[in-house]
Design a protein around this ligand. Structure first.
Ligand code: ADP
Ligand code: MG
Length: 487
């Protein structure tokens, strides 16, 4: 016993020093994700045994951080120390019934635990007691775009965690603790691509699984329609039948309580059966406004992985990938030039490349840095424009043939109130202005009036054809006013 205690103490001491070193060499988030969960178990015979929460965790550390850990160990425990892993299965999930049980194994870094999965294969194949043999699974359209595959998605520091986790989810379907996998990040950084890649990979590996990709807007309008036709049950049953549900841009569920409630039930049902959920969002769960607390807390059950803008090298690789897919050739210095100039999103990077190719082929000009410069300059000038509250006011006034002063008048006339509410709705949707600011700019309204207006338009948009047309038209005009002008 004394022996065990001292080897444990020793392990703790060494690991504490190693952590100190590691902390200085990785960013805080990675430190919290990958190092804090590790437990030092024992140190004896020059071997340090650490416990990690899952097989995936072990693999991720081996792939990404082993050199750093080696260095830390060299510094604090000497050169000849080997690292052994213990995989603790009991910590992998909140929901033990849906996860596999790996036997505790001790793994030398030089000897990966190849037989771990095989050893537990009988317990990992789950039998569904409700499946009636002989009934053929129905076919549904998964709504997957074959271009959005893992092969076509370039990996970089910006998406490493998200991509690795996504791949693990697809490869070891139902066996990772990443349920839901919550992918978040800014516009055009590859969330949809990555989420779709999971679906494609699952279909490739497990053709019988029902995979369904759905945009949140579509989910919402399907739900509204189901309510109108009194077919809520069919709607819910349909979604409860899938094995992998990918729901894109969940932030659009904000403020839609009924749809959230329904999604909550679908989520619970699927999660309990060990079905995989993949969710994307433009922000982290805690930053989602007007989202039911119960739902937000579930989003945090699995893994949250963010995607950040790509660095220069990754931008270059992405361009090279696109060029390879297009089957064309572009000089290296042109690629470097685009990668240097467009830094904010992959979608813009692609857009610039496509413009350059189009311009070159239409005008029969060779693709040179000079041509790239002309186009990128114009492109950058346009894409940096943002939609402002003023722009929205202008577009809406023009659309309804109103004078800006009329909008600010104290009146309850529908011809004024509705456009004003539409402005508030778009201001909340597209700008970073606070509700107070939006209210102040729309005739001195307070923030609850703005919130009410936004909800009202949201609801009408789904139920009132006329309003839907207004919203679609104005949306187009707004986006047109900031998009790239034809060259
Ligand atoms: P988001 O959903 O985050 O707004 P998308 O997934 O629609 O972004 O990505 C925008 C475009 O950029 C897509 O055409 C996608 O294929 C491409 N893209 C994004 N990230 C990558 C990447 N890492 N490698 C290759 N293409 C990418
Ligand atoms: Mg998207």
């Amino acid at each position: 016993m004394a022996e065990t205690l001292s080897t444990k103490k020793k392990a703790e001491q060494i690991w504490k020093k190693c952590l100190h070193f590691i902390k200085e060499n990785v960013n805080e988030k990675n430190y919290q994700t990958w190092f804090v969960p590790i437990k030092p178990i024992e140190f004896s015979d020059n071997k340090l045994l650490i416990q990690v929460p899952s097989m995936f965790f072990y693999e991720f550390i081996e792939e990404n951080y082993i050199n750093l850990i080696k260095k830390a160990l060299e510094l604090h425990a000497g050169k000849d120390v080997t690292l052994n892993y213990l995989i603790d299965v009991n910590t992998t999930s909140n929901d033990s019934q849906s996860k596999i049980k790996l036997p505790n194994v001790s793994v030398n870094t030089k000897n990966p635990p190849v037989n771990v999965n095989n050893g537990s294969s009988s317990s990992s194949t789950k039998i569904n007691p409700f499946a009636i043999p002989g009934i053929k699974k129905i076919q549904i359209d998964s709504h997957l775009n074959p271009n959005y595959s893992f092969e076509n998605l370039v990996e970089g520091e910006c998406n490493r965690l998200a991509r690795t986790a996504a791949y693990a989810v697809a490869e070891k379907l139902g066996q990772t603790a990443f349920n839901p996998l919550f992918i978040y990040g800014g516009v055009g950084l590859g969330k949809t691509h990555l989420a779709q890649a999971i679906g494609i990979e699952v279909k490739k590996r497990y053709p019988d699984k029902i995979v369904l990709y759905v945009q949140t807007d579509r989910f919402t309008s399907q739900y509204t329609e189901a309510v109108r036709e009194n077919k809520q049950n069919d709607f819910v049953h349909f979604y409860q039948m899938v094995d992998v549900l990918i729901i894109d841009d969940i932030q659009f569920l904000a403020g839609k309580e009924k749809t959230q409630e329904t999604f909550f039930h679908i989520f619970n049902h699927l999660h309990q059966l060990g079905k995989q959920l993949v969710i994307t969002s433009d922000r982290s769960p805690v930053d989602l406004p007007e989202m039911m607390e119960r739902l937000v807390s579930r989003f945090k059950w699995g893994l949250q992985a963010d995607i950040t803008p790509p660095d220069y090298e990754t931008r270059k690789k992405i361009l090279e990938k696109k060029i390879e897919l297009e089957g064309i050739q572009i000089p290296d210095e042109v690629i470097s030039y685009i990668a240097q100039s467009i830094t904010t999103s992959v979608r813009e990077l692609e857009g610039a490349l496509i413009s350059i190719m189009a311009h070159s082929s239409i005008n029969k000009r060779p693709i040179t840095v000079e041509l790239a410069k002309e186009i990128v300059d114009k492109f950058a000038r346009n894409i940096n424009r943002e939609i402002t509250v003023e722009m929205i006011q202008k577009v809406v006034c023009e659309y309804f043939n109103l004078k800006p002063e009329e909008l600010k008048a104290k009146t309850r006339r529908r011809e004024i109130v509705q456009p004003r509410q539409i402005i508030m709705y778009f201001a909340k949707k597209y700008t970073k202005a606070s509700l107070q600011v939006i209210g102040a700019m729309c005739g001195g309204k307070d923030h609850s009036t703005v919130l009410h207006a936004c909800r009202n338009i949201e609801d009408l948009k789904d139920t009132d054809r006329q309003i839907r047309t207004y919203i679609q038209d104005i949306d187009k005009k707004l986006n047109l006013s900031i998009s790239t002008k034809p060259l």
